[in-house]
Design a protein around this ligand. Structure first.
Ligand code: S3P
Length: 440
């Protein structure tokens, strides 16, 4: 089922992009759906599941834990939930591939299980910080060892967890979600206080599965009374806003006749990029806004706009956290300077996205200055050339989008990981008007 992409891609300067597109299912929602359906009571049906490598690794991990998951094709999964205490000890380490969400949420789900389990991933994932989940899970009573603060994680069979009242040091949906999943099996209340808003898919999904949550949304506090057992659900996964983001930016820069992207999840904890781009002058409209399951979904109409550089408000950073690689490209195409601060978390993603994007943009002819917690980018277009994505799927796709600003072709190296989140990216890009070729 693996869908590994080409090792490098070459994109010719695109004069104009446009048309009508759809993007694959939401990655964050797909991970959560597979995990929560696995511990639900009853059989869940999921449609629109993202068949990217990250989410497929989560499905394989759930199967290794004894869950029967039938793949009906076209993103349809039937998951026979085993109940919150019904997972079985796997016979091997669980490999979550490239995915921080997969590994961290799985650690939360497994922290209360009575068996030992090891969680690991690829080189990039094994370099990312895990103390942020290991410490609070240990405070709940989990026995969890890291490898110098990183994966592999070894979780030893637990005699039971207790709820905690915990203030997250960083605004992270992965940490919040890992602790909520652990809280499902814990005795008592798990209360999580975040320094800022983060995506709330876990909370929405849990509620739709009959688990009640309290808290104060304005104050970024959520709490859950454990133990609690989610019931099975039917779910249609919306298109991934983070995948749509590449085409939203491309359209802002070069869709002279406009572009429509249909059926995109527009949960407000994900759409910080829209606020930022509109502040820069983008013309983006939402149409056919509706609610699918627990999530708002809409069609996006985007028209080419004269973007102006801005100082991005720091409060928007967690709401656009995965969109910065492509936002930096938008900044390179805007008039004047764009300043991003308060984004130190970008150094802990699939690569150090501040360092790698600064290096790539400068290589391609932009002027980007790396700051400890952000970038300062001078707008004005790009020449072209060859730049590495350092194996980061979102950097690779952002650099492909940069071709709308370039005078010459852009070669992007180390692109195989695009398949982790956006299988079929090159096809959708070609449909949008990019001239894009993949090479082994
Ligand atoms: C995600 C949360 C974010 C995001 C990641 C997906 C999630 O990470 O960057 O791609 O699904 O919860 P953090 O919570 O670490 O910021």
């Amino acid at each position: 089922m693996s869908s590994a992409g080409p090792q490098r891609i070459v994109v010719e300067p695109a004069q104009s992009v446009g048309g009508e597109l759809t993007v694959p299912g939401d990655k964050s929602i797909s991970h959560r759906a597979a995990m929560l359906a696995s511990v639900a009571c009853g059989t869940s049906r999921i449609r629109g599941f993202l068949s990217g490598e990250d989410c497929l690794a989560t499905v394989e991990a759930c199967r290794a834990l004894g869950v029967s998951i039938a793949d009906g094709g076209n993103g349809e999964l039937l998951v026979e939930g085993r109940g919150i205490g019904g997972l079985r000890a796997p016979t091997r380490a669980l490999d979550l591939g490239n995915s921080g969400t997969g590994l961290r949420l799985m650690a939360g789900l497994l922290a209360a299980q009575p068996f030992d389990v090891e969680l690991t991933g690829d080189e990039s994932l094994r370099s990312r910080p895990m103390v942020r989940i290991a410490d609070p899970l240990a405070a709940m009573g989990a026995r969890i060892d890291t490898c110098d603060g990183r994966a592999p994680l070894r979780i030893r069979g637990s005699a039971g967890l207790r709820g905690i009242d915990y203030t997250l040091p960083v605004a992270s949906a992965q940490v919040k979600s890992a602790l909520l999943l652990a809280g499902l099996s814990a005795k008592g209340t798990t209360t999580l206080r975040s320094p800022g808003p983060t995506r709330d898919h876990t909370e929405r999904m849990l509620r739709s599965m009959g688990v009640s949550l309290d808290g104060d949304v304005e104050a970024n506090i959520v709490s859950l009374e454990g133990p609690a057992e989610p019931r099975a659900f039917e779910l249609a996964v919306p298109g991934d806003f983070s995948s749509a983001a590449f085409f939203i930016v491309a359209a802002c820069l070069a869709a002279h006749d406009g572009m429509t992207i249909r059926n995109v999840g527009v949960n407000p904890t994900r759409t910080g990029l829209l606020t930022i781009l509109r502040t820069m002058g983008a013309r983006i409209e939402l149409a056919n806004l509706t609610t699918v399951g627990a999530e708002p979904v809409a069609d996006l109409h985007v028209r080419q706009s004269e973007l102006q550089g801005i100082e991005v408000p720091e409060v928007l950073v967690p709401l656009a956290i995965d969109e910065f690689p492509v936002l930096f490209v938008a900044a390179a195409g805007a008039a004047g300077q764009t300043l991003v601060r308060g984004a130190e978390e970008l150094r802990h993603k699939e690569c150090d996205r501040l360092a790698v994007m600064a290096e790539a943009l400068n290589t391609l002819g932009a002027r980007a200055r790396e700051l400890p917690d952000g970038l300062l980018i001078d707008g004005g277009g790009l020449t072209g050339g060859s730049a590495s994505s350092h194996g980061d799927h979102r950097v690779a796709m952002a650099l492909a989008v940069a071709s709308v600003l370039a005078e010459d072709s852009i070669e992007v190296l180390d692109t195989a990981q695009v398949a982790t989140s956006f299988p079929g990216f090159a096809d959708v890009a070609a449909q949008a008007g990019f001239s894009i070729a993949g090479h082994e």
